[in-house]
Design a protein around this ligand. Structure first.
Ligand SMILES: [Zn+2]
Ligand SMILES: [Zn+2]
Length: 335
């Protein structure tokens, strides 16, 4: 059969020869004008009613995919594009490579893309000082705030990677600690729990009604994280026995007895910590005599005190000790 158009060459595609088919048939159409909505604050792009963090390149690619019309069936296609800025937006040059049966066909389009600016909901909230939760950090020791706050911020960043709606609205230093206002209460709880776990802290949760939306009460939650009075490295008294606190894991304390060097694990939910001697209050001393667990120590005032210890020391060794109710307890050397 011959081509219905030219009547010269053999018809191979839709009753047309290849030359006439390439001339007559269009596979793609693109609008001459397109629009993309971008948040002026964070650069997010509105995509089918949803806001996404995209690069300009990704946004334009998506725009092309959504706006191309196919006028003829095809086997597959790819496309590439270039863009340049003009006074009202961007000029897009798009080339489609279409595979149809044994043919490769290239089609080119030029489109103008105008940029429409709209503040995204996340930025609306952010600039409106929106918050759902207050994370209160309490019970920090002097010189410790920096480390605890840094850890809190690292956890916030960790969860913010997966949740764009998580951000810090504001922060406030207080006499009793530090307050962090957060935009998402569910994430705030995870962050509070992480801090509790790391420092063996207690979590108190107090919700407040903050108004109504769509007929439902809206809650704000205060998560108060109270660090315990002890830290690893301190000396504690539990049931009348003095221990070095070697490790804290949630409510579980790993202890080393300063009397007989025995190790013990205690759960603070079942046992009370009666006294705490923080490590920065330990005294320094020098071993002047040690034999069979009997020690003589010279303190910083050059006075010699005597005690017994289950740990092994050498004469002349520098050690740390704590005086409790007239008794001297020597810390093992690694601490
Ligand atoms: Zn023809
Ligand atoms: Zn935004």
């Amino acid at each position: 059969m011959l081509c219905v158009e030219c009547g010269i060459r053999e018809a191979k595609y839709d009753n047309l020869c290849e030359v006439c088919f390439r001339k007559k048939v269009k596979f793609t159409a693109m609008p001459q004008h397109m629009e993309v909505t971008i948040c002026p604050h964070c650069g997010s792009v509105k995509f089918r009613g949803e806001w996404k963090k995209l690069s300009l390149e990704e946004a334009l690619r998506g725009l092309i995919e959504r706006n191309v019309d196919f006028l003829h069936d095809y086997d597959s296609y790819t496309f590439e594009f270039k863009y340049r800025e003009d006074s009202e937006g961007y000029i897009l040059d798009v080339t489609f490579h279409i595979k149809y049966r044994d043919l490769w066909i290239d089609e080119e389009h030029v489109s103008h893309v105008s940029i429409h600016y709209e503040s995204c909901p996340r930025c609306n909230r952010y600039f409106g000082n929106y918050f759902e939760a207050i994370l209160q950090l309490r019970g920090m020791r002097e010189g410790e705030s920096y480390e605890v706050l840094e850890y809190a911020h690292r956890r916030i960043e960790h969860y913010a990677v997966k949740n764009e709606n998580l951000f810090v609205t504001k922060e406030e230093g207080k006499k009793e600690g530090w307050d962090i206002y957060l935009s998402d209460k569910r994430e705030a709880k995870k962050i509070a729990k992480d801090i509790c776990e790391k420092y063996g802290a207690a979590l108190k949760e107090s919700p407040q009604i903050a108004g109504r939306r769509d007929g439902r009460d809206m809650y704000r939650v205060t998560y108060s994280v109270r660090l315990p009075s002890y830290r690893a490295g301190d000396v504690l008294c539990i049931e009348g026995v003095y221990y070095l606190l070697e490790r804290v894991n949630r409510s579980v304390l790993n202890l080393l007895s300063l009397k007989d060097a025995r190790r013990k694990t205690v759960d603070t939910k079942k046992h009370m910590v009666e006294e705490v001697y923080p490590q920065h209050e330990f005294e320094e001393g020098l071993i002047v005599f040690s034999r069979d667990g009997n020690l003589q120590i010279m303190d910083s005032q050059y006075r010699v005190v005597e005690t017994r210890s289950p740990f092994i020391f050498e004469d002349g060794q520098k050690i740390k000790f704590v005086r409790i109710k007239g008794e001297v307890y020597v810390l093992p050397c690694s601490s």
